[in-house]
Write a protein that binds this ligand. Structure first.
Ligand SMILES: [Zn+2]
Length: 392
């Protein structure tokens, strides 16, 4: 059996790949049997380190394949040589990227080692046979992002990773690739993907895909959704306008100057008290009263109210009724006597001012409290109605 090594120890210290720059003054030995080996880098034959004829090396083909493959992978990681791993898309579990692959008709995703290194942010110190947790891993790549345990490459020649190790990697969220090496004629390897778990990478990829799709296909997506967007937009606009209008009304009425919104005629009514002992008598017009006169006409004492042109207007009320009303009002409300001179020139009471019949301030506050409740109820109903419409 010809044992062709791709890797040898230089001066029993450094691991050297046959692709590395080799020193003519150094001694290269087999990492398994420690016999001296010779680098064969001719132009025709496959480059390798070869044992001397009659070697006692017992390293099996599988052992050497495993050894060569993991060192080749390390060589690629360290020297930024890109390899493509074809990942069957059904292997990418628990990822929303799978439907995207399906829609693109992709059965295998070409995962680039360089992209992986770039994404996780490779640190220095990649190596083979590294202790991670309770396990030894084939190739370890320390990284700056997404994993404090680094990224792990397991090279499978005869035995796949045992379940216990897999569980551990999943439990600690360690990204891993389990690979089966296929040797090529030039000492390089292809790797078949057996298992893979790099969720961060695929999540980021999915996000990028969605973002880029929206950017690139914005016009097409928009034109397809336009009708729906407009309906929703219109609905929302209507709702916003309704509520905005309602808030405006609320604001103006509750917190603005109330009197500004009440017609002057209504304000007069609100603040005044009308005394009408004879309700049956129709009112023909109103005049501003400026005084009163009590006059004896024949055997009767008559009451006259005087307007601004000193015209005496006969008060059609019974004098006693009027007196009684005035007495009652004076008790119920603070009253000012309006003094003046009668038509005969004598000074006397010409009228009465009933104070605080309605306190406009108190009235507004009470009214505000009631209205606030009312406005809020209507506003809630507006919003609720709109939401119900949305549900339909
Ligand atoms: Zn050997």
């Amino acid at each position: 059996m010809s044992i062709k090594l791709a890797v040898a120890l230089e001066d029993n210290k450094y691991v050297r790949h046959i692709k590395d720059r080799l020193s003519k003054s150094s001694i290269y030995t087999c990492p398994f049997c420690r016999e001296e080996v010779i680098a064969r880098k001719g132009s025709e034959r496959q480059h390798h380190f070869s044992h001397a004829p009659g070697t006692n090396c017992t390293a099996s083909e599988e052992t050497i394949l495993h050894y060569n493959a993991k060192h080749y992978l390390l060589y690629c990681i360290k020297n930024a040589i890109d390899i493509t791993f074809n990942v069957p898309t059904e292997m990418i579990k628990d990822s929303r990227i799978t439907p995207i692959f399906d829609s693109l008709g992709l059965r295998k995703y070409p995962l680039s080692l360089a992209a992986l290194i770039d994404f996780y942010g490779k640190s220095n110190g990649s190596c083979v046979e590294k202790a991670i947790g309770p396990y030894i891993v084939d190739v370890h790549m320390p990284v700056k992002m997404h994993s404090s345990f680094g990224v792990i490459f397991e090279i499978v020649v005869t035995h796949e990773m045992e379940q216990e190790k897999l569980n551990w990697l999943h439990q600690y969220g360690v990204p891993y690739l389990e690979l089966s090496p296929v040797e090529r004629s030039d000492n390089s390897f292809d790797f078949d993907m057996l298992r893979i778990n790099i969720p961060h990478y695929f999540n980021r990829m999915e996000n990028n895909f969605v973002t880029n799709s929206i950017v690139n296909f914005y016009d097409e997506i928009y034109s397809q959704l336009k009708d729906y967007i407009e309906v929703d937009h219109k609905k929302k606009q209507e709702k916003d306008l309704k509520i905005k209008a309602w808030d405006w009304v609320t604001e103006k009425i509750l917190y603005g100057n109330l009197r500004y919104w009440v017609p002057e005629e209504a304000q007069k009514q609100m603040k005044s008290l009308t005394i009408r002992p004879f309700k049956d008598l129709a009112i023909t017009n109103t005049k501003t009263m400026h005084g009163a006169a009590y006059k004896r006409v024949k055997e009767h004492r008559m009451v006259f109210a005087v307007d601004d042109s000193d015209h005496e207007n006969l008060v059609l009320n019974d004098k006693n009724v009027l007196e009684e009303l005035l007495h009652k009002l004076a008790v119920a409300y603070p009253t000012e006597m309006l003094m003046g001179k009668g038509i005969n020139g004598r000074e006397g009471v010409v009228g009465f001012k009933f104070l605080n019949l309605i306190d406009p301030i108190t009235y507004e506050k009470e009214w505000q409290d009631h209205m606030k409740e009312f406005f809020l109820t209507v506003r809630n109903r507006l919003e609720k109605q709109e939401n119900n419409e949305d549900d339909e």
